[in-house]
Ligand binder design. Structure first.
Ligand code: ATP
Length: 283
């Protein structure tokens, strides 16, 4: 039997770094939503007890460094599954981009194996495995617009964000999330208010949402990569309702309600960056 799971990218409508914890992680508050740009995973059982991961991107690891491999290994061990599995990943989400590509693949792998082996695992059980692989995996398992706290393991679903067009622009640089967090100096960060952002989304207030969007990590990533600021400025010049860096970067997204404006932003940014995507919010 073969089954298929979609793994959508996430954007950060908000990210606030509250403090550094004793365990080395940072205490965060975030608001995330998923967009219609997705990787595709297919699953096939194998008679031999092994895990095979394949992907269309040759530079990605396919051994235990791959989040999908880790998900399979944790789930098989926890539930004593002796059948093998082959998972093929068609990557469409840019890698190391701030769009949660590895985390969403891991979440899709857990969902897919749950279906394939008819395990009937609850969301809490899936989350408890996902969090072992990455801090954004719990959100990706929910996949709906949500308020997120802790280091990512506390997920409170909100209502879907107001529908709009999303233009994603990834400059040709890769940013390591770990390195950005290592450079955080708490007294130099701005603090967008995640409670006000969540309240605006719950009230389905598009303008209020735009007003409270913000990302503390822009203060770290932008000085190192000024192209991110240039992309934001261009997006606003071409008519974006808002433009913000996602996660630790470097992808920048623009939101707009009018399709004609979204197209103008795409056309205006295409010559400037190779990777430009026009997508919808996911409901
Ligand atoms: P986040 O927003 O959660 O920080 P990201 O979008 O910045 O994530 P990823 O695309 O998840 O970053 O890639 C980060 C690293 O994870 C890559 O360098 C890659 O080698 C590794 N990785 C492991 N498994 C995967 C996977 N299935 N897809 C993409 N990257 C993976």
């Amino acid at each position: 039997m073969e089954i298929i799971e979609k793994a959508p990218a996430k954007i950060n409508l908000g990210l606030d770094v509250l403090r550094k914890r004793e365990d080395g992680y940072h205490e965060l508050e975030m608001v995330m939503s998923s967009v219609d740009l997705a990787d595709r995973l297919t699953f096939e059982t194998l008679p031999t007890n092994e895990i095979i991961v394949e992907t269309n991107k040759a530079f990605l690891p396919i051994d235990k460094r791959n989040n999908v491999y880790q998900a399979a290994s944790i789930l098989k061990e926890r539930y004593g599954i002796e059948e093998g599995i082959k998972i093929s990943i068609t990557k469409n989400i840019p890698v190391a981009a701030g769009l949660g590509g590895g985390s969403t693949d891991c979440a899709a792998a857990l969902r897919g194996m749950n279906r394939l082996w008819e395990l009937n695992l609850s969301m809490d059980e899936l989350v408890s495995m996902g969090v072992q692989v990455g801090t954004d995996v719990p959100y990706c398992l929910y996949g709906t617009t949500a308020f997120i706290a802790g280091k990512g393991e506390i997920v409170q679903p909100l209502v879907p964000m107001p529908q709009c067009w999303v233009v994603l622009v990834k400059p040709r640089i890769s940013v390591s999330t770990r390195k950005i967090f290592q450079q955080v100096e708490m007294d130099k960060l701005s603090h967008p208010d995640m409670n006000k952002l969540s309240a605006a989304i719950l009230a389905r207030d598009y303008q209020g949402m735009l007003q409270h969007m913000g990302n503390s990590l822009e203060d770290i990533t932008i000085p190192k990569h000024p192209i991110i600021q240039q992309i934001k400025e261009r997006m606003l010049k071409y008519g974006a309702d808002a433009a913000l860096m996602s996660g630790s970067g470097p992808t920048v997204f623009a939101l707009c309600q009018k399709y004609s404006r979204a197209q103008r932003i795409v056309n205006g940014l295409k010559g400037f960056c190779d990777e430009v995507y026009l997508v919808r919010t996911l409901q």
